[in-house]
Ligand binder design. Structure first.
Ligand SMILES: Cc1cc2nc3c(=O)[nH]c(=O)nc-3n(C[C@H](O)[C@H](O)[C@H](O)COP(=O)(O)OP(=O)(O)OC[C@H]3O[C@@H](n4cnc5c(N)ncnc54)[C@H](O)[C@@H]3O)c2cc1C
Length: 226
């Protein structure tokens, strides 16, 4: 983390909230929810820590902006400092949370939403907030269990929901990386924005593919999970 970001993270004000629910929705992948103390714009993040002098980490909100609870989706990094601790918490335990912030925001303009792994979280928030139901949602994951919220997203996006599964074949899924799926498109839509969210490798690679296919840089919005 660079010094500026590290100072910013230290300066964030946190409030204590109690966990309402913590559910493992796939192996080592959890949805954690707590009372919505703040309004937010779909696509924003919160900083979270368990306290104990542990600097907060950022998580995209995956719930809708009118819901009573804020939810986040996280995967456990086995060597990580925060996520193994978060995964062991119970309903009623306290965590420290910031007010929502961030500029990766959905709007009513046509867009393709592209995610790897837990990077699908902000799009679920946007969709549950009534934004972007005509958009394409393209989600990349390694196994057939990587497509979090897929029942809900299938309902919302129908055939505009593309799951690209790189290491397994699955019903209704494209077998391959999402970068390959994108490379295979002979044309991309005009007057459309492209949102990229997830690992830095995916974001950088997809950005290059889009630029190579003639998409202007101003039409590409990125949120990198580092
Ligand atoms: C804008 C933004 C939004 C984000 N949104 C989400 C989200 O919605 N969901 C989500 O899951 N994540 C999200 N992230 C990532 C998240 O903030 C954390 O970085 C992530 O959860 C890891 O936190 P951690 O404390 O468990 O790992 P850290 O302690 O920060 O470790 C990070 C990585 O380093 C490795 N590592 C650390 N120490 C060691 C060691 N001693 N030896 C070997 N490896 C080591 C860990 O395995 C891990 O992969 C987001 C990040 C950003 C910037």
């Amino acid at each position: 983390m660079d010094v500026g970001l590290s100072n910013f993270m230290k300066s964030i004000r946190l409030v204590e909230v109690k966990i309402d629910s913590l559910t493992e929705i796939s192996e080592n992948v959890f949805v954690l929810s707590f009372k919505r103390l703040f309004d937010f714009l779909p696509g924003q993040v919160v900083a979270i820590t368990t306290g104990h002098n542990l600097p907060p980490r950022l998580y995209s909100i995956c719930s809708g902006s009118e819901e009573a609870r804020i939810s986040i989706l996280f995967n456990v990094k086995p060597e990580g400092e925060l996520t193994p601790r978060l995964a062991k918490l119970k309903t009623g335990d306290a965590i420290m949370v910031s007010a929502p912030f961030g500029a990766f925001l959905g709007d009513d303009k046509p867009a393709w939403w592209i995610a790897s792994g837990t990077g699908v979280a902000p799009y679920r928030s946007m969709a549950r907030s009534g934004i972007g139901h005509r958009n394409m949602l393209i989600h990349g994951g390694r196994t057939t269990c990587s497509f979090y919220f897929s029942d809900e997203l299938k309902q919302l996006f129908s055939d505009r929901y593309i799951r690209c599964c790189s290491q397994e074949s699955g019903d209704g899924m494209y077998h391959g990386r999402l970068t390959q799926w994108l490379k295979d498109r002979s044309t991309l839509p005009e007057n459309t924005n492209f949102y990229l969210c997830g690992s830095s490798e995916m974001v950088v690679e997809v950005r290059d593919i889009l630029l190579g296919k003639g998409i202007e840089i101003e039409k590409i919005m990125s949120e990198i999970y580092f």
